[in-house]
Write a protein that binds this ligand. Structure first.
Ligand code: PRP
Length: 207
């Protein structure tokens, strides 16, 4: 006897990536119903339940198996430090993680602020720099403008934030884009839905 296909639970990041993630999943054949209320955190649709959260929390939900799969930036995955299965580069939300300073800054880098303390510490370690890392949770560029730090490591997408604040990229640490992440146990238990989803997303993303 064949049972009903298992429903998926998906962890998706709130904000500008949400619409692109939903569009990619729909294009791959999933029927997702999202409530019009942008403050709703849980959406129960025909094929899946969508949980909407801060992007930094997506790896935790997928790793612990509360969500079967999710969409999250490679930058966030690197910072989380997890060995999550990330089978598809979805291509959107392309950005870079860069070392940023005030335009023309020349002095030594003694303190670096970032939302990405792990990536920053690894980067400084590779350079052999003894600079201190200070963790912040948003508007990180302000650290450079206020004297809290003499450099920051942050996301650069269009470069508009840098231009608006007299800052420049000194070094590109790594490139990022959105990835599909999948819980390894769910991949076995819900193979009937997850395998075709992975294939369809790969095909659509051309990767
Ligand atoms: C991100 C990032 C930069 C900005 C870069 O911030 O931290 O500040 O976007 O994008 P741009 O190059 O297109 O200007 P976000 O808006 O996600 O908010 P946050 O600073 O609170 O993390």
């Amino acid at each position: 006897m064949r049972s009903e296909p298992l429903r998926l639970v998906l962890a998706l990041p709130k904000g500008r990536v949400l619409a692109e993630a939903v569009a990619a999943l729909r294009a791959a054949g999933l029927a997702l119903d999202l409530a019009a209320d942008e403050r709703a955190l849980r959406h129960d649709g025909a094929d899946a339940t969508v949980l909407v959260m801060r992007n930094a929390d997506v790896p935790t939900y997928v790793e612990l198996g509360v969500a079967d799969a999710g969409v999250v930036g490679r930058d966030v995955l690197l910072e989380h430090g997890s060995a999550l299965y990330a089978p598809v580069d979805l291509g959107f939300a392309a950005c870079r993680l860069s070392l940023i300073r005030r335009v023309g800054a020349k002095g030594p880098v003694r303190r670096v602020a970032s939302k990405y303390p792990r990536v920053t510490a690894e980067y400084l370690g590779r350079l052999g720099s003894p600079a201190e890392v200070v963790e912040l949770s948003g508007n990180v560029e302000l650290a450079c403008l206020s004297g809290l730090a003499d450099a920051v490591v942050d996301v650069v997408q269009t470069g508009a934030t840098l231009r608006a604040n007299g800052l420049e990229e000194v070094d590109v640490i790594t490139e990022s884009s959105a990835r599909l992440v999948v819980n390894r146990a769910a991949l076995k238990l819900k193979a009937d839905v997850l395998r075709p989803l992975i294939e369809a997303l790969r095909e659509k993303a051309g990767r």
